[in-house]
Design a protein around this ligand. Sequence first.
Ligand code: ADP
Ligand code: MG
Length: 624
Amino acid sequence: MLPDHVANQIAAGEVVQRPASVVKELLENAVDAKATDIKLIIKDAGKSLVQVIDNGLGMSVTDSRLCFERHATSKIRVAEDLFSLHTKGFRGEALASIAAIAHVEMKTRQEQDELGTHLIIEGSKFVSQDVAVLPKGTSFSVKNLFFNIPARRNFLKSDTVEHRHIVDEFQRVALAHPNIHFTMYHNGSELFNLPASNFRQRIVNIFSGKTNEKLVPVQESTEIVGIQGFVSKPEFAKKNRGEQFFFVNDRFIKSGYLHHAIMAAYEGLLKDGCQPSYFIYLDVPPNTIDINIHPTKTEIKFDDEHALYAILRSSIKHSLGQFNVAPVLDFDRDSNLDTPYDYQNKEASMPLIQVDANFNPFGDPAPTKSYTSGSGSHSSSHSGGGSSYRKPEPSNWESLYVGLKQDTETITEIQDIQFESEEVTGSLFEEKEVEEAVYRTYQIHKKYIVSPIKSGMVIIDQQRAHQRVLYEQFLTNMTVNQASSQQLLFPLNLYFSSSEISLISELEQSLVNTGFVFEEVNEDSVVISGLPVNVTESEVSILLEQLLSDLQDGIPESSFSQNDTIAKSMAKSLAVKTGTYLTEKEQENLVNGLFACKEPNVSPFHKPTFITMRVEDLDKKFAI
Ligand code: ADP
Ligand code: MG
């Protein structure tokens, strides 16, 4: 058996990689201890000191000793507790790992105790434990990190780099908990002082006052997720990624998938290579996530990733669509920054544009232009002479409009005009009139379809695009039971293993919904007498085999349901492949089919289906 300190060092490699890892663990412990005031003190980028002082619950004498034991935690008792986690910690590993590789001094007192505990532990060895007069709460100082593992110490990066990591961790925790007062000192000077406030103010306090005007609030609440937070207006997008934060149940996480959802919401709004800032706070029921899949816990697994993606994308799109009608928000307001959402329930009214019925352009010289109503149907102006024109006085310009004919119309169906409907489908391609002339498609390398669009050109991956089209088609057919099938003249007899047969009978209804007709399902064979319209006889056996194997090893991502898996698998099997020549008509059908999809941007496997290139981009390439 390895001696303890060796075992500890091995495990410590996971939890404690650098000073910033210590910062994260100590800050999170302080948050878990319900502190309202947390101080972080750093020396030499954490290499000589990381100290966290909190005013939280503190620990009893026994606990202050126990907390350094591996797998000692007060946050869970039984495995089931993992499904209702409300704390950052739960492994009971951090303090043990830190104590194994540093000099740790801990001072702690619980509110109800008169005296506290002062404890020193170095490389897992208890050095001293005393009773002491202490303020309520806990202070951990971690000195000389990796003192007993020179290799790790040498592996640390420059102070600048390590410091950057520490600031990152500090900001992540501070952003997730705006109701806690955080301060950070580095080598004796105050770097951050963040009073308790709301989300918006916390962001502004961390990233400077100028941030405020850049933020657009996002808010959505559904059964599976609550979303709040802010995204940056597109014009403030940056060349580098930088301020991009996701929090799930107050925990900072990274998710390429959700990042993609945000980028999809900005589709068409960003300059090339630019990235928006975002601060998104998701609230999900704790039992629908698994935070235990990554040792440093910044990646988590959601039960219903697809739905989350869709909700996130559409709510951000919605916010971006609204930001210019929203009043400029004052960051001194409280955290319920949902003003724009009140507008959602109001009925929009047509702006009142009034026309002077008596205005005569051929009479006296006109001081102002006349406008006609947006509806275009009321051109009741220019009705003869006898103008009632009076020379306008600057002070009573309103009098010009006195007695004008009322011309109001109200759009009542404003709810129907959603931002969603402005999707690529409608706006990407040229207007109908010029369509015939300009809208053509070209297939290149039997792989991509290229077509001119308003802003430049679109390049479509034919295989992925077709997958998307088929996938949505199958899903719709299966959910509304309206698939048509083609009757076979001679029923097909296909042989399968018994486990495959049992899968097929399990799936029979879903398959029937796609258009299959099963005449018989026997012990080792099936007799098929009808096929989905887009499936040919020669494809059936490959298609079913692929489907069965996809289902057996479960397509490697979370899926809504069997239907989704089936639709994906069939779309994959049936989609035109790269290398297939497409006639002009086929190309056109594919392009139209793609942009009629609900989610044309990505294949069912989340790969981009098309890219666009703007004329400016082309110009740039020629500008050399
Ligand atoms: P975990 O956070 O996973 O429980 P840790 O090793 O980080 O494991 O901490 C072990 C235990 O020590 C915690 O469960 C908690 O009971 C106690 N503890 C750690 N830090 C603090 C603190 N700042 N205030 C009060 N208790 C703490
Ligand atoms: Mg912890």
